[in-house]
Design a binder for this molecule. Structure first.
Ligand code: NAP
Length: 254
C-alpha cells in the first residue's frame, strides 16, 4: 500500500492537468501539498489553484499555493524557501510545469525554442538545484521529472519540446547518479498522449491519427500519470533511481 503520510510534496504546475491529478493523488495518500503556478494573481489561474486547494484540504491534509515562474532561477529558489518556511521541510518535488510552442522547424522562431527550453528544461534545473541542499541535509528526497515519450521518439512539429524533454531525461540520469548516495532518488515519467488542456488544442484528425498509433488505441488520463508518480514518490520505489518510466499505452517499448 502506498503511504505518503507525514511527507511534504511540491508540485509545479499543480493547479491544472497532470499536476493537479498528482497533487490530489498525493493528498489522498496523506501528504501535505504545495502547488506552484506561474501567476496565481491571474483570476482564472487563481480560481483553479484555489479549487485544488479546497479539494485537497477536504481530505484532511494541508495545501499551500506558491507563485513561481520555474524558468526564473531566483523565483524557484524563493518558492522552495517559502515551502520549507511553511512546512519545515520538503520531501518530494515533482517538476511537472511545462509548455509547448509547436510548429515545424522551418517556421519556428528563436523565441519559440528558447521559451520551451527555459520552462521545460531550465525550469527542472532551477527547481532541482533549489531542493538539493535541503534534501541532502535531511538525507531524504524524491524528485520526479515530467518528460515525454516524444523526448525519446521525436515528433515532427515539436523539435523544441522534444529537445527539452530529451534533456530532462539526461538531466534525470546525471542528477540521480550524483545524489543516489544521499538517499535522494530522481526519476522521470514519460507520458504518451494524455487528456489535458495541453492536448485539447489538437485537431480531431491529428488526435485520431495519434490514437491509431497507440497500441491501446486511446489517450491516457491524468490519473494514469498520477498513479505512477505516487509509486515514485513513495518508499515502495526506494531502490529505483535514474529511470524513465513510459506511461503511454504502449507507444514506446524499450
Ligand atoms: P497543462 O494542462 O498545460 O498544464 C501545465 C501546467 O504548467 C499549468 O499548471 C501551468 O500553469 C504550468 N506552467 C506553465 N509554465 C509555467 C512556468 N513558467 N512556471 C510555473 N508553472 C508553469 O499541461 P499537462 O498536460 O498537465 O502537462 C504537464 C506536464 O506533462 C508537462 O511537463 C508536459 O510537458 C508533460 N506532458 C504532457 C503530456 C500530455 O499529453 N498532456 C504528454 C507528455 C508530457 P498555468 O495554469 O499558470 O498556466
Amino acid at each position: 500500500m502506498i503511504d505518503l503520510k507525514g511527507r511534504v510534496a511540491l508540485i509545479t504546475g499543480g493547479s491544472r492537468g497532470i499536476g493537479k491529478s498528482i497533487a490530489i493523488k498525493f493528498a489522498s495518500l496523506g501528504a501535505d501539498i504545495a502547488i506552484a503556478d506561474i501567476a496565481t494573481n491571474h483570476t482564472s489561474i487563481e480560481e483553479s489553484a484555489l479549487e485544488v486547494k479546497k479539494e485537497i484540504e477536504s481530505m484532511g491534509v494541508k495545501c499551500f499555493i506558491v507563485e513561481c515562474d520555474v524558468s526564473n532561477f531566483e523565483d524557484s529558489q524563493n518558492m522552495v524557501k517559502e515551502v520549507i518556511n511553511q512546512y519545515g521541510k520538503l520531501d518530494i518535488l515533482v517538476n511537472n510545469a511545462g509548455i509547448t510552442r509547436d510548429t515545424l522547424l522551418m517556421k519556428m522562431k528563436e523565441e519559440d525554442f528558447d521559451k520551451v527550453i527555459a520552462v521545460n528544461l531550465k525550469g527542472v534545473f532551477n527547481c532541482t538545484k533549489a531542493v538539493t541542499r535541503p534534501m541532502m541535509k535531511q538525507k531524504y528526497g524524491k524528485i520526479i521529472n515530467m518528460a515525454s515519450v516524444v523526448g525519446i521518439m521525436g515528433n515532427a512539429g515539436q523539435a523544441n519540446y522534444c529537445a527539452s524533454k530529451a534533456g530532462v531525461i539526461g538531466f534525470t540520469k546525471s542528477t540521480a547518479r550524483e545524489l543516489a548516495s544521499r538517499n535522494i532518488t530522481i526519476n522521470a515519467i514519460a507520458p504518451g498522449f494524455i487528456e489535458s488542456d495541453m492536448t485539447k488544442v489538437l485537431k480531431d484528425e491529428v488526435r485520431a491519427s495519434y490514437e491509431s498509433g497507440i497500441p491501446m488505441k486511446k489517450m491516457g488520463q491524468t490519473e494514469d500519470i498520477a498513479n505512477v508518480a505516487a509509486f515514485l514518490a513513495s518508499d515502495m520505489s526506494s531502490y529505483v533511481t535514474g529511470q524513465t518510466i513510459n506511461v503511454d499505452g504502449g507507444m514506446v517499448m524499450q
